[in-house]
Design a binder for this molecule. Sequence first.
Ligand code: FES
Length: 129
Amino acid sequence: MARDRRDGGHQGVTRERLCRADDIAEGAGRGFRLGAGTEQVAVFVIRRGGALRAYINSCPHIGTPLDWLPDRFFDRSGEHLLCGTHGAIFRPDDGLCVRGPCVGRQLAPAPVVFEDGWIVLDLTSRENS
Ligand code: FES
């Protein structure tokens, strides 16, 4: 059974409840760090235009987390995602970098599923591929 977890602390995460879908407001996002050591995975979930999208929280430039403050992924306009390290700008709908040092590269989608109102990180499909 999936657990409800915002922060990690255990290894070998395969399937975890992140939060309720309703917990993420329009134009907002939430970050989650699960597992530990080499097993750690960081993801974030955003809501824009009513749709939820999830990405691995690692900038394609040098791999740092995007959030410039905790759970702050959008730029001031609310139109794009912003990497707080060097200012790369990404389209929220597909993660494509449209300005900055990694233009043309994309954020990696995070494997999430939606179950009974929960957002669930599901790494089992990665293990089976
Ligand atoms: S690490 Fe994101 S723009 Fe450099």
